[in-house]
Ligand binder design. Structure first.
Ligand code: ZN
Length: 145
């Protein structure tokens, strides 16, 4: 986690795009549209969770129900109030319900979103590990999915 080589590899997979405030992930992408980062052989994490751990430490993830993207960009790696924020099931669904009404919102894209409970399903694996399990357990469950 604090290994500078691993951090450098993560950094090398992120890029700033003109016209966007987001920090875009350019590495592997999961079926749910989130970045995946193999930080060691056989060990994969959700990329923006890694970004969060870089910013605040691995321990800080334990009490966080889920990480939400205020910018509606699941690939965004930028930690901050307008981008990746600590959130919860309830909060995330409420915000999503509001924003999906906006024409042209990325949430109109049906990939990964099947309405209603779908938003929760996206986060289920992530949430479970940050909420009830340790970071290590999270990594294992993510790697096997
Ligand atoms: Zn963003």
């Amino acid at each position: 986690m604090t290994n500078p080589d691993i951090v450098a590899r993560w950094r090398a997979k992120t890029v700033r795009v003109p016209g966007s405030d987001c920090l875009w992930w350019t590495g592997a992408i999961s079926g749910r549209g989130h970045g995946r980062f193999w930080y060691a052989p056989g060990r994969v994490v959700i990329a923006h969770r890694f970004a969060w751990a870089l910013a605040y430490g691995v321990e800080s993830l334990v009490g966080i129900e889920l990480l939400g993207h205020r910018c509606d960009n699941p690939l965004c790696q930028r930690i901050g109030p307008d981008h990746v924020v600590a959130s919860s099931y309830v909060e995330n669904r409420r915000e999503w319900a509001i924003r999906k009404q906006i024409t042209g919102s990325p949430l109109d894209d049906p990939r990964g979103y099947d309405g209603g409970r779908g938003n929760c399903a996206i986060w289920r694996g992530v949430t479970r590990c940050s909420w009830r399990r340790s970071w290590t357990a999270c990594v294992r469950s993510t790697a096997s999915s």
